[in-house]
Design a protein around this ligand. Structure first.
Ligand code: NAD
Length: 304
């Protein structure tokens, strides 16, 4: 089942439980607007490269739409649709005055230089600038994008609409970003984990963790867990995976990835097959990369 089919199914189940009228159910499932644009940029070597960018604006009944922009080879319209819809439910459940949106470009950011990423982000912004905005739709960082990406969007958008720092969240502090934003999602993951552990009479200190993804969310979650005395026994990212049954020295791993850009050759742990991360022995598995990774196989393994 693809991401959109799964999200629609979950929504229908919730709608039945809430006793929602079937006409309303249909109207809530269909997105407000789907945008698909061609983004062609000159590469550093002078050749041209074309990418497809998406923005799905799902619902604005409760306020401006809001959601991340993802740069990843697997970005496709179904996935963006599903993630936009989930943003609508997320802001509504948290009772925030926002709607839901999501966007992305089908590309591998690791294959692009900084200047190519900047050109791609600016072209994408040129194509969608009149459909986003402070009171319409506010993008944010997601997988493969960061504060720098938001700064480029802000700058490009401002060329058309005047200085508009509020057009994106997750921008650098110097451009009006919020203190604590970079750590916020990883910290939220830790708060949720602490609440779950408390239900079992446990705490972070007596718990072993495995994390898939060591980007913004995963690295902050790992850092905070380590600071709180938890044992991170395995970590993976797109470059591989490392394990240490006695607990990985997370500050040392962060320094290593900052310098090398990869988990490979880290001295304080053994390298392992990244496919084994999801079934590695631990008390808590935290998926901080792509969605849809918790399947029957992983759940059956955890139940053993
Ligand atoms: N950044 C945020 O504030 C935020 C907010 C809400 C949700 N999320 C979600 O959290 C997840 C991670 O986002 P992020 O901002 O940390 O992205 P990121 O790009 O900073 O990091 C993603 C990490 O996942 C790894 N990865 C990618 N493909 C992988 C694969 N096939 N196997 C193993 N690792 C893989 C990357 O190497 C990287 O370490 C995404 O699903 C995103 O939608 C992020």
């Amino acid at each position: 089942m693809n991401a959109l089919a799964a999200t629609n199914r979950n929504f229908r189940l919730a709608a039945r439980l809430l006793g929602l009228d079937s006409k309303l159910e249909k109207s809530l499932l269909i997105p407000f607007r789907e945008i698909k644009v061609e983004c062609t940029i000159p590469k550093d070597d002078g050749s041209l490269a074309s990418y497809v960018g998406f923005r799905v604006q799902h619902d604005n009944a409760r306020g401006p739409m809001k959601g991340g922009i993802r740069y990843h080879p697997e970005v496709d319209p179904d996935e963006v649709n599903a993630l936009a819809q989930l943003m609508t439910w997320k802001t509504a459940v948290a009772d925030l005055p926002y709607g839901g949106a999501k966007g992305g470009i089908g590309c591998n950011p690791r294959d692009l230089s900084i200047s190519e990423l900047e050109r791609l982000t600016r072209v994408f912004t040129q194509k969608i600038h009149d459909l986003i905005g402070i009171h319409r739709d506010v993008p944010a960082p997601d997988m493969g994008t960061n504060a720098q990406t938001m700064a480029w969007i802000l700058d490009e958008y401002s060329k058309f609409h005047g200085h508009s720092p509020a057009v994106v969240t997750g921008k650098p502090i110097d451009l009006g970003g919020s203190l604590g934003r970079e750590a916020a999602t990883g910290l939220g993951v830790v708060f949720a984990t602490e609440a779950l552990l408390a239900e079992y009479g446990k705490s972070i200190t007596d718990t072993k963790f495995a994390l898939q993804g060591f980007g913004n969310v995963g690295s902050w979650a790992a850092k905070i867990i380590h600071e709180k005395g938890g044992k991170v026994v395995a970590v993976s990212d797109i470059t591989g995976a490392v394990k240490n049954p006695n607990g990985i020295d997370i500050p040392a791993l962060l320094k290593h990835t900052e310098i090398t850009g990869t988990l490979k050759d880290f001295q304080g742990a053994n390298f392992m097959d990244p496919n084994d991360l999801l079934v590695h022995e631990c008390d808590v598995l935290i998926p901080c990369a792509l969605g849809g990774v918790l399947n029957k196989y992983v759940v059956c393994f955890a139940a053993k």
